[in-house]
Write a protein of this length. Structure first.
Length: 399
């Protein structure tokens, strides 16, 4: 086996997306970052002042790196210095020539209720925008009257146009639930909105090589995570099936049955690790082993058996059940192209989808119940795998 294959076969390390957030004090930058990436990044991450006007946030395992700029409410001399520092930071990164080290997107926050878009801020926006990094205006704290906010948005568009800027995207966001007291006994709650729109818009602006990292780091769009994991499952299928490799004329794993069976465990483990990364879920080797045993060894519906025993129909039936649960046109097409003799590919699908569903259940639970303890979390994950397995094998439809 060439080194090339070894490298390609390793599970992926997600590339870190670099986002700069700017805006006046109190506009809601930190609140926005917490809502999108979770408190561990923006608050307890190893934030350290890069310069007087920029705080840097990152996290050991979450592939996002944030520059939070401060000090824009100050007098114009301070603002000018701040602009210079921000420009220097961005420029030094582009000069490094390392694509991964560039600022990939800028979110500029404006309080929707401020109704002010003037003065030093305009100059600042113009300069930041002209650097050429994808730039989005985020109208924050949108709990006020819709009509007023829309009017403000129009004013911003008009002024940008007058400044000669191309159309800058504006996203209206309420990052955190907002409570309004209607009368003494009644409190109305306005739920958060707009976060997913901002995430989706940014996804379209980011270079492809950091998109997976960004998907993993953000916590507002589960559908982005789900789709990314499906892509991963199919990437692993392509590897064993040969599509992926045939382009490079390397190897078709499913043509080498013994090698396949011996290596399928490793493929599946790598796939599981990749899926957990997209869901920001750390998994210890021990829990992974438990899950593999759960899936492969203990169950009377043992899929490995199906793999090793060519006359067993159980295995194929189980894969078909998975496809019945995921009634999305795209899989069905792909599924049809996967003949039953492609046993390793089918096993990857079976295990991949069971694991993906399990991680999704797990993710919901740890979010709702705010579970933090790593041991408790591991138990929850193993339980979800067991539960999903049971459901699949008894052919219950997905809720
Ligand atoms: N309910 C609600 N409150 C918000 C929202 N965004 C900001 N706030 C409130 O506005 C205040 C300022 O928000 P921050 O996120 O700290 O603002 P910031 O831009 O980080 O401010 P600096 O760090 O000083 O530059 C806080 O009290 C937040 O609770 C929101 O979406 N919903
Ligand atoms: Mg802040």
């Amino acid at each position: 086996m060439s080194e090339n294959i070894n490298e390609e076969m390793q599970h992926s390390d997600l590339k870190t997306a670099n986002i700069m957030v700017a805006g006046k004090t109190g506009t809601g930058k930190s609140t926005l970052l917490n809502a999108i990436f979770g408190e561990e990044v923006a608050v307890t991450g190893t934030g350290r002042p890069v310069t007087e006007h920029i705080d840097e946030y990152r996290h050991e395992t979450i592939p996002i790196h944030i520059w939070d700029t401060v000090g824009l409410e100050l007098d114009s001399e301070k603002t000018r210095q701040s602009i210079e520092e921000i420009k220097r930071t961005i420029a030094s990164k582009s000069e490094s020539g390392d694509e991964l080290d560039q600022i990939h997107a800028i979110w500029y926050c404006i309080n929707s209720g401020s109704n002010r878009y003037e003065g030093a801020e305009l100059k600042f926006i113009k300069e930041l925008y002209s650097i050429g990094v994808p730039f989005t205006i985020v109208l924050t704290q949108c709990y006020g009257a819709k009509k007023k906010i829309a009017e403000f948005e129009e004013i911003i568009n008009k002024i940008n146009d007058e400044m000669g800027l191309d159309k800058i995207s504006i996203v209206k966001v309420l990052a955190q639930e907002y409570e309004v007291e209607i009368d003494e006994d009644t409190i109305a709650k306005k739920p958060p909105f707009g976060l997913e729109e901002l995430v989706n818009l940014t996804m379209d602006q980011l270079p492809e090589y950091v998109q997976s990292g960004f998907i993993a780091a953000q916590n507002v769009s589960q559908s982005l995570k789900h789709d990314e994991c499906e892509k991963l499952i199919w990437k692993y299928v392509d590897r064993v099936e040969g599509n992926y490799w045939s382009k490079n004329k390397i190897i078709n794993w499913d043509n080498v049955p013994l090698v396949n069976i011996l290596t399928s465990d490793a493929h599946i483990k790598d796939l599981f690790r990749d899926i957990t990364k997209i869901y920001n879920t750390e998994i210890e080797e021990e829990s992974l082993e438990k899950i593999m045993t759960e899936l492969g060894g203990l169950s009377p519906e043992n899929a490995f058996q199906g793999l090793l025993n060519p006359i067993s129909k159980k295995f194929d039936t189980n894969v078909d059940k998975i496809f019945q649960r995921n009634t999305n046109g795209e899989f069905e097409d792909k599924h049809d192209k996967l003949p039953t003799k492609m046993r390793v590919s089918r096993m990857i699908i079976l295990y991949g989808y069971i694991f993906l569903e399990s991680v999704e259940k797990y993710w919901e639970r740890i979010r709702v119940e705010k579970l933090e303890n790593i041991k408790t979390k591991a138990v929850v994950l193993v339980d979800s795998v067991r539960e999903t397995m049971k459901e699949v094998m008894s052919n219950q439809k997905r809720k």
